[in-house]
Design a protein around this ligand. Structure first.
Ligand SMILES: [Zn+2]
Ligand SMILES: [Zn+2]
Length: 271
């Protein structure tokens, strides 16, 4: 068997990674080099708290063509959910290297944070995203019904994405109806994720993003390892197969969609 080799021709954006996490402190430079070597040309580093957002912005400043940041309180990391924290968050949202608000959303799978606190925070993030006209990055786990209710009440003015989408066809269509993008993570490579895999071909070409959510959820064949942006290429291979489309198309459309949603400068693609 010949080893599978990636053509360096295709470019990818990892639309959601946590490069600020301390699990990358020892080898962040190498992680970035490995991503570039596999064609990853951009990574959006997602803030989860004030400090995490500040670190993401610092990374975006250090790697100006490569890393972009977002600002938010993850529903499971709500330690900054106090008025001073919200004031700081507003200041971070308007930073020029911050391309989106979040991640925010609802996670009813874990019990770290009371659900009503998550709902209040999600609503407030939506209001900030609408006020500052930046797209919103939404995390939904076991909470689609409540999440859609809040989205319908607040509205979304500058676009948004359901990141690391874990629903099936029904939740996928309901997200699309609300104008949201769908971002697929390494979970699509797990054969057991049947409902999710059935939803993959339903996402229109102009609404699809891909991501790692690194350091979590490494795709097959890296399952169980620390995830990193280079592995978005493995997810891309799987998504292309499930959608029966070429890698070239998938590369072009995900680059275009991510740039459109987050207002990133255009990338020159040489084919
Ligand atoms: Zn998330
Ligand atoms: Zn995340």
């Amino acid at each position: 068997m010949t080893p599978k080799k990636d053509t360096p021709l295709y470019q990818w954006i990892d639309s959601h990674a946590h490069l600020d996490f301390d699990r990358f402190d020892d080898d962040r430079g190498e992680v970035i080099s490995r991503a570039k070597a596999r064609g990853v040309s951009r990574v959006i580093s997602i803030g989860t708290r004030i400090e995490s957002t500040e670190r993401a912005i610092a990374l975006a400043e250090r790697y100006p063509e490569f890393i972009y940041a977002t600002a938010g309180f993850h529903p499971l990391y709500m330690t900054d959910d106090h008025e001073e924290g919200w004031r700081s968050l507003e200041e971070l949202i308007v930073h020029p290297r911050v391309v989106g608000v979040g991640e925010t959303g609802l996670d009813y799978y874990y019990d770290h944070t009371p659900h009503d606190q998550q709902r209040r925070s999600f609503r407030r993030h939506l209001q900030l995203a609408n006020r500052f006209k930046k797209p919103i990055i939404i995390h939904i786990r076991d909470a689609f019904e409540d999440a859609f209710k809040i989205i319908d009440e607040e509205g979304i003015k500058a676009g948004g994405v359901v990141h690391c989408f874990t629903g099936g066809p029904e939740e996928c269509l309901a997200s699309l109806e609300r104008g949201l993008y769908i971002s697929l993570s390494g979970i699509v490579t797990f054969k057991s994720a049947k409902a999710l895999r059935a939803a993959v071909p339903l996402v229109p070409n102009d609404r699809l993003l891909i991501e790692t959510d690194a350091p979590f959820l490494a795709p097959t064949p890296h399952r169980g390892q620390r995830n990193e942006p280079a592995f978005v290429v493995d997810t891309a291979h799987c998504v292309a197969q499930l959608r029966e489309e070429t890698l070239e198309n998938l590369s072009l459309l995900t680059l275009e969609n991510t740039a459109r949603l987050f207002s990133l400068p255009a990338i020159e693609v040489s084919l």
